[in-house]
Design a binder for this molecule. Structure first.
Ligand SMILES: NC(=O)c1ccc[n+]([C@@H]2O[C@H](COP(=O)([O-])OP(=O)(O)OC[C@H]3O[C@@H](n4cnc5c(N)ncnc54)[C@H](OP(=O)(O)O)[C@@H]3O)[C@@H](O)[C@H]2O)c1
Length: 275
């Protein structure tokens, strides 16, 4: 086993792995954990983003991996297997503007692979790693710090609504929410916490890119800092499914109470608009 980094007092620092931590929300979470004193590793597929992080934030350890390639993901996880960690956040995600009936094969393959298949591959690996660590050395290293091991995934508020006309993005995030809930139940006996984040619009570069450079028209859009604050609070409070902002949570909860045909009609007429 490789040693964990030590801080200036000689204590072991906690290590977080952020899959999809090279930009947007994942990178914001990485930088936030760094300011809290965590040792941070991030994973992404873009060599350019990794090069930027290596030059601007040299203390962050970077891994290049294309999560759409199961073999690459396997190799990445094998390489990470010797390095203990206390928290893993799966923030990798793929989204487009296209509605389900416009979805092309490439987007479909990518969305399914990143939002669902690689997510399951990573959570499966991470939960077994944490169990093993608990057995081997976790208690001696970190129990005194009260830092409960945690698995966190970034879904979307789109996944909290249940209707057949939902996009592949919404359906894959819905599956992520259900999977995280199953892992949460399964890991209770190990005292490993699992939190799923279902946020509304966050003003990241990826969302702006999808909206001609400006996403400010998106309803109740929030800054990445606000999103990070919500997520850290949800982890601290061990919330199973954190849905925010509150305004969006109320709207989606009200919509979920409508009879299914009405909900379908409303969303279908809304989503069919070209704007
Ligand atoms: N922004 C929003 O409004 C919003 C709202 C709700 C939920 N979310 C969710 O929040 C998460 C982050 O979104 P974001 O807006 O911050 O987007 P982003 O900047 O594009 O972040 C996505 C991350 O996933 C990584 N990724 C994508 N494809 C990958 C691949 N094939 N292999 C490895 N890594 C890959 C990206 O790294 P590379 O580019 O280096 O591959 C990047 O680090 C996503 O899961 C998204 O669904 C976003």
């Amino acid at each position: 086993m490789k040693n964990l980094a030590k801080d200036t007092t000689g204590n072991h620092t906690s290590h977080i792995i952020i899959v999809g931590g090279t930009s947007g929300l994942g990178l914001a979470l990485a930088l936030h954990h760094q300011t809290l004193g965590w040792q941070v590793s991030v994973v992404g597929s873009s060599a350019a983003k990794i090069a930027d992080i290596n030059s601007q934030h040299p203390a962050i350890v970077t891994y290049v991996c294309d999560l759409t390639e199961p073999n690459q993901t396997r190799t990445l996880l094998d390489n990470l297997s010797d390095i203990p960690f206390q928290r893993l956040i799966y923030s990798a995600g793929s989204y487009t503007n296209e509605r389900i009936h416009h979805l092309n094969q490439a987007d479909s393959d990518q969305m399914l692979a990143i939002n669902l298949q690689a997510f399951e591959q990573v959570f499966r690996w991470a939960s077994s790693q944490l169990k093993q660590q608990l057995k081997q050395q976790y208690q001696s290293l970190d129990a005194s710090k009260g830092n409960r091991p945690s698995l966190v995934c970034i879904a979307s508020i789109a996944g909290t609504m249940d209707y057949p006309y939902a996009s592949l993005y919404a359906k894959s995030k819905r599956a992520m929410i259900a999977t995280a809930s199953a892992y949460r139940a399964a890991l209770i006996p190990y005292d490993i916490q699992v939190n799923c984040i279902a946020s509304g619009y966050i003003d990241t570069q990826a969302l702006r890119d999808l909206n001609d450079g400006d996403a400010s028209h998106k309803p109740f859009i929030m800054s990445t800092k606000t999103a990070v604050d919500h997520i850290m609070q949800a982890i601290d409070d061990d919330v199973e499914l954190a849905i925010f902002p509150r305004s969006m949570r109320y709207i989606t909860s009200a919509l979920n109470h409508l009879p299914k045909p009405v909900l379908n009609w409303i969303l279908r007429s809304k989503l069919d608009k070209s704007s």
